[in-house]
Design a protein. Structure first.
Lengths: 282, 148
């Protein structure tokens, strides 16, 4: 069956368009186009959000948090001075999703809602304690990203709901972050392992540390590392973090590596990403 | 759906199914320079420009091009013949399967105005696969077209 192609101009209209059995929201269409082509979805209606006013806005809020509209493209996020200054890890990760053709049209909303567990931004946004705002017929609700992913290609978004923006709270100073993607095939490939590390410091000791993992579980994982709190981020702490991440992950064997190999790489890249967070004088 | 956009600088209008992909639409209207390679947005053979941005037309919904400006390799070759000349002079092709995509990417890079340097050029082209040349001659062709 050929889907209808709807082009709403406002959020109200978009939500009305989505109240239709089998309607699918389209950001840039790079995933929806692919799924359609492969016959994996048979939507009755495609609701393209590219003309919805205000949906691609990127700005800082009064409380210092960063607000990114779900219609912002990955290349807009990568090039945004606001994102680069507030959360450089997010801008850098966005600059490495897929290839320039994907980044030019792929949107943040599509990237998150598609929920492929190998994607690059979810691990980064998880460690930064981001939350997403969903809009439906009954109004809006905010969902912390750590509660958003349910499984492969499955999220908390319900029928008729739309992800409209992502909020990233300001990190306390000094906080350091690093995202590393390990792609032994080609640089444009999905990562075998993606690790986003975050460490907040207090007088030379770690106050809070966490890593986000991509590609190594049915959904992107957040691994809190309370065992690192109150001690220096030294070799012993790095080894403990690598061990915790390797224990938390649940990889499957595929063309990007065996489960055992991926687990070993989680340990290694967790240590590397966290080491890169160490203050230069430490 | 009724679809209208600028195709290689000329107004273009057609009736098309709502789920049609841009690649199928442009090939069906006789523009066969745009190739289907992998069909999953990875190889770059089907690259076209939409409002100046390179996109994989094999996974790009044609409806998203409504009211925009689409350029295929045919239009780019007409608009920028020196780009084609650079590829010929520097032998930036062998079998030719990936060449339309490489030319479109080169045009996209050049339209940004300033020369980004060799490393960034290679990075920009990394998503356009070539199984023949080993890339060196393609990068040289693009660098020459950038005037460096």
């Amino acid at each position: 069956m050929d889907p209808e192609f709807a082009v709403p101009a406002s959020l109200d209209e978009a939500v009305r368009c989505l109240e239709h059995e089998g309607a699918v929201a389209v950001g840039g269409g790079t995933q929806v186009g692919l799924l359609l082509r492969q016959g994996l979805i048979e939507p009755s209606r495609l609701v393209w959000l590219g003309r919805v006013a205000g949906l691609r806005e990127i700005r800082s809020d009064v409380d210092g948090s960063l607000l990114i509209g779900s219609g912002a493209t990955l290349s807009e996020i990568a090039g945004s001075p606001v994102v680069r200054s507030a959360h450089p890890m997010v801008a850098r990760a966005a600059a490495h999703v897929g290839n320039p053709r994907v980044r030019a049209v792929g949107t943040l909303g599509g990237h998150l809602v598609h929920a492929d567990p190998r994607q690059d931004l979810p691990p980064c946004l998880l460690v930064l304690a981001a939350e997403v705002r969903l809009l439906g017929r009954k109004g809006t609700r905010d969902v912390p990203l750590r509660d958003f992913y349910r499984g492969p290609f499955e999220t908390a978004v319900q029928d008729g709901e739309l992800l409209i923006r992502v909020k990233i709270p300001a990190s306390p100073e000094p906080t350091r972050c690093c995202y590393l993607r390990f792609t032994p095939g080609t640089s444009n490939d999905y990562p075998t392992v993606g690790v986003a590390a975050l460490a907040e410091f207090d007088a030379g000791a770690t106050r809070r540390a966490a890593v986000g993992l991509g590609g190594v579980a049915p959904r992107p994982l957040l691994v809190d590392l309370p065992q690192l709190a109150g001690r220096p981020l030294d070799a012993t702490a790095l080894a403990a973090a690598g061990q915790a991440a390797a224990t938390a992950c649940d990889p499957v064997s595929d063309q990007r590596g065996s489960a055992g190999y991926k687990r070993a790489m989680v340990r290694l890249w967790t240590e590397r990403a966290l080491r890169a967070c160490r203050p230069l004088d430490g | 759906m009724r679809l209208a956009f600028l195709l290689n600088g000329e107004p273009f209008e057609t009736d098309a199914p709502g789920g049609v992909l841009l690649l199928d639409l442009i090939r069906d209207c006789g523009l066969r320079g745009t190739r289907e390679g992998c069909g999953v947005g990875v190889c770059g053979a089907c690259t076209v420009l939409v409002d100046g941005d390179p996109v994989s037309s094999c996974i790009y919904l044609a409806g998203c091009a409504q009211g925009k400006e689409v350029w295929t390799v045919e239009g780019i070759a007409r608009r920028e013949p020196d780009l084609v000349e650079a590829f010929i002079e520097h032998e930036g092709l062998q079998c030719g399967a990936c060449t339309p995509g490489q030319l479109v990417m080169a045009a996209a890079l050049r339209a940004r105005g300033k020369d980004p340097g060799e490393a960034a050029t290679r990075d920009f082209l990394a998503g356009n696969l070539c199984r023949c040349t080993g890339y060196r001659s393609i990068v040289e062709s693009v660098r020459a077209a950038l005037g460096s």
